[in-house]
Design a protein around this ligand. Structure first.
Ligand SMILES: NC(=O)c1ccc[n+]([C@@H]2O[C@H](COP(=O)([O-])OP(=O)(O)OC[C@H]3O[C@@H](n4cnc5c(N)ncnc54)[C@H](OP(=O)(O)O)[C@@H]3O)[C@@H](O)[C@H]2O)c1
Length: 335
């Protein structure tokens, strides 16, 4: 079925995360046609050749038609860079095909939401600026199933200092650092933009190391606040200095998900789960995006998704996502 589909247009598909998403999608869907969109056609073509069943297209985000021929036809548009013009979203809405936005922090989804509100019936729009492509929110919802009521969700992550992504990702980080100093969190049932010490938290990593994390304005906070009854939801990152890496140890990252809540037997308890992965963090992010594309197109988990505005937890089954992550090599353990 996927072989007869129009190609999925992956804009930014030759970048650090986009190329991993293209490879992950190819692994999940060997016959699905893919178009790698970027400015540098040589780099995009090289990736298209590597993954097979793919071609490359030069993208001009300044233009409403993205610089593509009038008769170009795609099955979905997935964008791995911050498209401040939103021409890529308008293009998907005009064609009535699914759109995935991957680079929006919690404070900058307003323009995309307004475009959705303007044309709500035009296309399925997935806001996937979540941590690691939505995989952490989905894993959290999976682990939450042992509770009948959640009190708090505290997510922490440790990244290697060098694991900063490509130029587009670095630009996004600078944008956060310069223009949005206060991260959003839910605390005691109220949303707040945290300041000073409130925006930091000490947590223990997988091996017991203590880290001081800094809260981050990602969409996971609003997704998990809406999907659970937790009164506290936050997400903090710490950076592992290169000098502290053990000899021979490559890049890796770890995510700790700590849940406090009322178990099904009525007792209150705290559990800690860890996700560890040996690729750069863009690896898990890309897998989250590939799983979402597969779902949107109706190639896994149900029929093609109807027009609407979505977060990953509204589309994907948490159990399915955790199983696929394990197959891709992520270690999932209770710690
Ligand atoms: N939600 C998540 O989990 C998550 C995780 C990681 C990263 N991200 C986000 O994903 C994005 C990509 O990060 P990255 O590390 O992959 O960056 P990257 O390596 O710099 O990749 C950027 C890609 O976009 C293309 N591109 C850049 N400007 C373009 C333009 N004006 N028109 C068309 N194509 C353009 C680049 O190719 P050319 O240079 O050839 O155009 C390249 O393919 C960033 O916005 C980052 O914040 C999100």
């Amino acid at each position: 079925m996927s072989a007869q589909m129009n190609p999925v247009l992956i804009i930014g598909g030759s970048g650090v995360v986009g190329s991993r998403a293209a490879r992950a999608l190819r692994r999940l869907q060997p016959a699905l046609p893919i178009t790698i969109g970027a400015r540098d056609l040589a780099r995009a073509n090289a990736l298209a050749k590597e993954i097979g069943g793919a071609n490359a297209a030069r993208i001009d985000l300044e233009r409403q038609d993205l610089g593509l021929p009038a008769d170009a036809a795609f099955s979905a548009v997935v964008v791995f860079l911050k498209d401040t013009s939103l021409n890529s979203m308008k293009y998907a809405q005009a064609k009535g095909i699914p759109y995935v936005a991957f680079s929006d922090f919690v404070f900058d989804i307003g323009p995309a939401v307004a475009h959705y509100i303007q044309k709500p019936g035009s296309a399925p729009i997935l806001m996937l600026g979540h941590f690691l492509g939505g995989t952490v929110t989905l894993a959290t919802l999976h682990f939450a199933r042992e509770f009948q009521r959640l009190h708090s969700i505290e997510i922490s992550a440790v990244f290697d200092e060098e694991d900063v992504g490509g130029p587009a990702a670095k630009g996004d980080m600078e944008h956060v650092a310069q223009s949005v100093p206060h991260p959003l969190m839910l605390k005691d049932g109220k949303f707040l933009w945290a300041r000073g010490e409130e925006a930091t938290r000490v947590f223990r990593g997988v091996d017991g190391t203590e880290w001081k994390g800094q809260a981050y304005p990602l969409l996971d906070v609003v997704s998990l606040a809406a999907a659970t009854d937790a009164k506290t939801v936050r997400l903090d990152f710490a950076v592992r200095p290169t000098a502290s890496r053990r000899p021979g140890q490559g890049l890796s990252h770890e995510v700790i998900i700590e849940l406090v809540g009322e178990r099904k037997d009525g007792t209150t308890g705290r559990v800690r789960h860890a996700l560890t992965d040996d690729d750069v963090h863009s690896g898990m992010s890309a897998r989250g995006a590939a799983l979402a594309v597969e779902r949107l197109l109706g190639l896994a988990g149900g029929p093609p998704v109807a027009p609407g505005l979505y977060h990953p937890e509204g589309l994907l089954d948490p159990v399915y996502v955790v199983e696929r992550l394990k197959e891709f090599g992520t270690r999932v353990q209770r710690v």
